[in-house]
Design a protein around this ligand. Structure first.
Ligand SMILES: [Zn+2]
Length: 498
């Protein structure tokens, strides 16, 4: 990444009278993109999350997750949005996420740091947070120790929406990012940008780079590594004769690492044929994969197709009327919604129902947080007013009731919409000075007219690719615009979110 310090403003060089043009002065600049918090989960192979039942204590404040979100949309809808947010991270990094049940034990109670059987590693709740705060997340181990690590709190008073402001999935992705170890990004289009700017339901490459710096990329399974592949039907892994005494076959530790990937298996009906064969692709309890299974005969005629109803389900189908010695090709892949993840493949020629594959071991006993863990700092933004100090990439204290830990929260932009022209100008400033805490003065020798501003908006587009910025409409809300363009104006970036 090159410095922007001496970058000329395109659109100005060919302009004879510079003093008649608006000029941006960067008073301070810093060049940072994604950031990470310095913590992670010991077992990325299975990180669980749970929806806490209403009334669950968060430092003495009862959660109203179900009541507040059910008032906006059906339970299945908001849970689907949050599940999708988890799947977004799983898709690009070497982690699997799974929703588990939650027994309502108070948030932060003593227990395992990971793999506590009573609730998820990441517990999701909602309470009334301070105005302008959409959600907060406690940082993962080892920054916070104990069960509090990674827990997410949504603002129960926010007008949550699907695909509109404030988009629940957008905020859920951001908070999951913190819970997994991501800090803030300086890129306005990144989901880890410190302010809510627009609906963002996919990761920016900067977010992908960030999460991979913590957990690495998804790793292919045994059948798709070291030169092996079963991604085409003629590469099907033969399971002929590998059934156990119950006439069942289990292949565990499988993994779809990219959207559209397929895995093929070849099964042959044994002499003990009971008249049918059942096949199952299981992500239940294993990952956010939405599984799909398809059976073909040896001539590639489809004999059945099934898919899971949502993330973390099992796609299963039974082919009747089979005969001993008959062979079938079975294709395992993803249905829409959860395109990658860990899974298991099972075949049943017998009469005993299949036993689902158990999840991997992920138990980690409670440990002391390295980042101070629970503490009694009281400047938490979750309960306080706006603070002037900045924690652009660092951690603030999230304090709820008597519960306090290191974490971060996502804020509304808190500014009125500005004109597209102004947005373009502000965005130009954002591009020319990778933002940290940045302040710009817009100097207009002659009143900034439309043509002058137009020259700057060209600059925006000229450097967009270099800086990874797209259209600037989603960067502008993080800026305060003071005054008007018709005269001396000041543009100041809002103090970054904590
Ligand atoms: Zn944040």
């Amino acid at each position: 990444m090159q410095s922007s310090r001496n970058r000329p403003l395109p659109g100005r060089s060919s302009t004879p009278d510079r003093r008649s043009r608006p000029r941006l002065e960067g008073l301070e600049e810093r060049m940072l993109l994604y950031s990470t918090l310095g913590g992670d989960w010991v077992y990325g192979s299975r990180i669980t999350y749970s929806f806490v039942p209403d009334g669950t204590s968060i430092g003495g404040v009862p959660s109203s997750l179900f009541q507040s979100l059910n008032a906006r949309m059906p339970t299945a809808t908001w849970q689907r949005e949050i599940n999708a947010a988890a799947a977004v991270w799983q898709a690009v990094a070497n982690v699997n996420l799974v929703q588990v049940s939650d027994n309502g034990t108070g948030i932060g109670a003593p227990g395992n740091q990971q793999g506590d059987s009573r609730f998820g590693d990441i517990r999701i709740s909602a309470i009334p947070l301070s105005f302008g705060t959409l959600g907060a997340a406690y940082s993962p181990p080892q920054i916070n120790g104990g069960t509090l690590a990674g827990d997410i709190v949504f603002n129960s008073t926010t007008s949550w929406m699907v695909d509109a402001h404030y988009d629940l999935m957008t905020v859920a992705i951001h908070e999951f990012g913190h819970a997994l170890g991501m800090g803030h990004s300086d890129i306005g289009r990144a989901v880890m940008y410190s302010y809510y700017t627009t609906v963002k339901q996919t990761l920016h490459t900067d977010d992908v780079d960030g999460i991979r710096s913590v957990y690495g990329s998804r790793q292919p399974d045994y059948w798709n590594s070291n030169g092996r592949s079963n991604s085409m039907y003629w590469q099907a892994v033969s399971l002929d004769g590998s059934q156990n005494a119950a006439n069942q076959i289990t292949v565990a530790n499988l993994n779809l690492t990219s959207p559209g990937q397929t895995e093929w298996f070849w099964v042959v009906v044994p002499p003990t044929n009971t008249g049918s064969v059942t096949v199952a692709v299981q992500s239940t309890n294993l990952s956010m994969l939405t599984p799909r299974v398809t059976v073909f005969d040896a001539s590639l005629n489809s004999r059945g197709d099934a898919f899971g109803s949502s993330n973390s389900t099992t796609a299963q189908l039974t082919v009747p009327g089979v005969t001993a010695g008959q062979g079938f090709l079975v294709r395992a892949t993803a249905w829409t919604g959860g395109s990658t993840g860990a899974f298991a493949f099972q075949v049943n020629f017998g009469t005993t129902p299949l036993t689902p594959v158990a999840p991997p071991f992920t138990t980690v006993a409670s440990q002391t947080g390295t980042g101070g863990g629970l503490n009694t700092m009281t400047d938490g933004h979750a309960e306080g007013e706006e603070h002037e100090h900045e924690h652009e990439h660092g951690l603030g204290t999230v304090k709820i009731g008597h519960l306090s830990g290191l974490g971060d929260s996502l804020h509304e932009p808190g500014v009125a919409p500005i004109s597209p022209t102004a947005a373009g100008l502000l965005a130009a400033g954002a591009n020319s000075r990778p933002p940290g805490k940045v302040e710009f003065r817009l100097v207009t020798a002659a009143a900034a007219d439309a043509s002058a501003l137009g020259g700057l908006s060209g600059f925006t587009h000229a450097v967009s690719p270099a800086w990874g910025f797209g259209p600037m409409d989603d960067a502008s809300p993080a800026w305060e615009f003071q005054g008007g363009f018709a005269g001396f104006s000041t543009v100041r970036r809002r103090s970054p979110a904590r």
